[in-house]
Design a protein around this ligand. Sequence first.
Ligand SMILES: [Fe+2]
Ligand SMILES: [Fe+2]
Length: 260
Amino acid sequence: MKKPTDIGQNRTGIATSPIDVKALLDSAAEGVPQASVEIAPLKAIRVAYSEAADPVGTMPPPASLRGAARALKGAIKGEKATVFLDLLGERLAFERTGTRLYQALLSKLDAADPHPGGPTRDELLKIHNEELAHFHLLADAIERLGGDPTVVTPSADIAGVASSGVLLVLTDSRTTLNEALKAILIAELADNDGWHLLADVAERLGQGELASQFQRALDEEEEHLARVRTWIARAIEGEVGVEEPIEPGEAAAPPPGGGQ
Ligand SMILES: [Fe+2]
Ligand SMILES: [Fe+2]
């Protein structure tokens, strides 16, 4: 079976046809607009459109906030509640997609040759089940706050568009297990930050119980991230055939004072 790193018929580079290099460069130079003359009007149009555009979406009216929100100690009201529900809706959409990503990754694993140091079926199933449990945790939290978990909130919509490329990589039958893992890494990095933010916001809004549930989810997400990073490092090690283990990536150190 052919591997992506095998030599094939890739003709995208300029060195494919040295005889055409000059013509290609001349034509590219001709096509570059003069910064001051042509880019400025384009920029002005983009700014004008952005200033006049409606948002991608809005939140629904709080249908059952009055009754259900009372069940929670220190109910959140008004704008704070909609901002929080928007964030919860975003994570919910992400976890639903995350569950599907791991289902697709399991198919990649089934189709792949053995990968020493790579994921096992049980490990992928465990992560899949945790993503699904996180989805249910969020649906439950939204309901307890009087929201509707079936709503596509504006942030959920944006997150869906932003992560659509990851889904495309995972469901493309030509991509390998390792390529799929690199795409999943993008999702796990964003997911870690998302849960971190959510746990923090829940705590600041006085929702201690939710905050500790979200913190437990974050602990699991940190483990997902560490595992995916290690699988990628082991795969590259195998591909380049190095003796010394390659160090998996690490989280960047937080800026002093918590940053902004
Ligand atoms: Fe997740
Ligand atoms: Fe995850």
